[in-house]
Write a protein that binds this ligand. Sequence first.
Ligand code: KG4
Ligand code: ZN
Length: 360
Amino acid sequence: MIILAHESSCDETSAAVIEYDGEKFNIRSNIVASQIETHALYGGVVPEIASRAHIEAISQITYEALETAGVSLSDIDLVAVTANPGLIGALLVGVNFSKALAVANKIPLVAVDHIKGHIAAAYLTEDKPKPPFIALTASGGHTSIYLVEDYNDIKEIGSTRDDAIGESFDKIGRLLGIPYPAGKGFDALAKEGFIKATGDEVRYYSLYKKSAAYKDAAMALPSPALNDGTLDFSFSGLKTAAINLLHRFEQRGEELDHALFAAKYTFEVTEAVAKKIKAALDLYPDADLAISGGVAANSHLRARLSEVAKEKKRNIFIPPISLCGDNAAMIGAAGYFEYLDGNFADGSLNASAEDSLRKI
Ligand code: KG4
Ligand code: ZN
């Protein structure tokens, strides 16, 4: 079965050809045209610019995806497209393109929820999770914990009540002078800070809690893990505290060590996620763990959650960094399961900004 997939929900236009051989998925091509450089000028995604850039890129990257995969449209058995959630104008470009292509070539079409796509990134690796598993999706727009009971039976069991985790790295990173999107630079700066605080180039994360930098009251920050018995987060309190802290240093004319600050901020975020993931694994003792989304590229989070999984004696599935961010291959994998359940779309398919996964 050969699937052509499209993704255009935010600031990457992507087309991919993936194949399911009865046992596993093979990525034949996964072309991603990123608009990051354009949006970096504005410090964030400008929806109108994103829509236009998707329109300009989508035909070309579809040709590239087919050519790289060595297939033509007549070989395609299924077209999958992200239909929600995301920027509505951006989503419409992918939806209309895929719809036209599927209808004109009489190829079955499935609509994919972007978050289901992120979760499905884990299915594209050699060693893939089998439901039931706990999935963390951590990206620029989302921070949620899901119980994946079956491929299409996914319930949200925890989420952020305000800002998303990636958005929080991007906003605070911007104040530290890290270019948008700040996640990757923040990751590196935090590593520098952890090493500086502990003097250890290998065990820096686990030693950090004992360091003077962690205990420094001038650098105190609240945890984004809500202390109310839920699996929910709140990043807005952390953001405000971090902004106030930066202002305080500025007003006093004191120099803040950016690396130590990035380490402290990253530690609070990572520990909060680790705490909620531990609680989720305790609630579902048969479930393994999979993580996905752009923030799943964070080296500290990857290492810490691997440790949590080991401690709880569960398997952890972490996609390679190339599949953590937005890409169409993950949409194709999620689309395969929509196809198996007979969830076909037709010419009436529309894009929507709404999340389709239920919260319990
Ligand atoms: O999944 P994604 O590509 O797009 C969305 O659906 O949002 O995620 C992008 C987010 C950005 O906020 C970016 O700063 C963050 O992922 N990110 C990271 C890292 N690499 C990317 N955050 C923390 N550490 C990283 N290494
Ligand atoms: Zn995404």
